[in-house]
Write a new protein. Structure first.
Length: 322
């Protein structure tokens, strides 16, 4: 299993500067943004797409620093009810898939997107309960929109031999494992999960159970290492659907944390072991969004912990069972 880093926290570095830093830290892979919310500071999508010279220079840099790209990231909302915003997100995603094919990268990470609650609405609508009845009707509408879109997108991905790894994220249609499995079943096997535990912790989902559930369906195509800490005193008062600004840390019921600051090392070793148990042996890509520490300190502490947790070799025969 490889140790990777999602690169937006290093946006102040050039591509070569980021590669040099990651190589010094003992990282194996990077997950650069190529559009949408992650931006494209290190890999401007249109500068590399269909440009063989630029792609060759990129491969030379990666080879020099002994790194590889685990996935290209294009997180946005291609299901947005605003046609212009949806079209932009769709272009980003389709071109990310095309660029991944040209770079011999097998995965693009993204969100499922979120439609409006009906054909005449103007903003996305995250439905979290089936009542009142119009909410259930809105959810049915949203799934029809999503399945149509993702079935077509999966065909595009298949043409380019690229898997699409969706991050289960609240305020998107797919935010938990059962929704992930449903979209995969309806849209096809090119659609799978970018398994990020941080959004599942505060929903009360047991991470290793979620890994097993999706692993049984061969649905994990990429994985993030990102922690979350629940603060019980705040959660007891207002629950976990918390709209307090992320910068108001003392009053939030949960925060994204650097790996090891929400859950201990033993927990992360259990995550790594369970991923291996279900057959995932790809990249564990650190995503740093901890407002209580700097990007580099948070990354380096996460790297230090995960280097002890990750397996570097293939398992041997169970000779003791013979």
């Amino acid at each position: 299993m490889q140790l990777g880093v999602h690169t937006p926290p290093l946006a102040d570095e050039s591509l070569e500067g980021a590669l040099s830093y990651l190589a010094e830290q003992g990282v194996d892979a990077l997950e650069p943004g190529v559009g949408g919310h992650p931006g494209q500071d290190h890999l401007p999508r249109t500068e590399y797409l269909n440009d063989a010279d630029a792609q060759e220079e990129l491969h030379d840099l990666l080879e020099e620093y002994e790194l590889e790209i685990s996935a290209l990231a294009a997180h946005n909302n291609p299901l947005h009810p605003d046609d212009e915003r949806a079209a932009t997100a769709d272009t980003e995603l389709r071109e990310a898939i095309e660029l991944a094919d040209q770079l011999d990268v097998g995965v693009v990470t993204c969100f499922s997107g979120l439609p409006a609650g009906g054909p005449n609405d103007e903003v996305p609508n995250w439905i979290t309960a089936p009542w009142p009845p119009e909410h259930d009707e809105a959810l049915s509408y949203q799934w029809n929109v999503a399945v149509d879109y993702w079935t077509d997108l999966a065909d595009h991905a298949d043409e380019h031999d690229v898997d699409v790894a969706i991050e289960m994220h609240p305020n998107m249609l797919v935010y938990e494992p059962h929704g992930m499995a449903r979209l995969r079943e309806e849209a096809g096997e090119r659609i799978g999960a970018n398994f990020d535990p941080s959004h599942l912790y505060w929903q009360g989902i047991t991470i290793t159970d979620a890994i097993r559930y999706l692993g049984e369906r061969d649905a994990i195509y990429h994985a993030h290492a990102k922690d979350t800490k629940l603060y019980d005193a705040q959660a007891r008062e207002k629950g976990v659907l918390d709209t307090t600004p992320y910068g108001d840390e003392p009053n939030r019921s949960w925060l994204f944390r650097s790996v090891g600051y929400g859950h201990g090392e033993a927990h992360w070793k259990d995550i790594v072991s369970t991923l291996r148990m279900v057959g995932y042996d790809g990249t564990l890509s650190i995503e740093h969004e901890d407002s209580l520490t700097s990007s580099r300190e948070g990354l380096e502490k996460a790297i230090d912990l995960l280097q002890r947790a990750l397996f570097e070799t293939e398992p041997g025969e169970a000779y003791w069972a013979e």
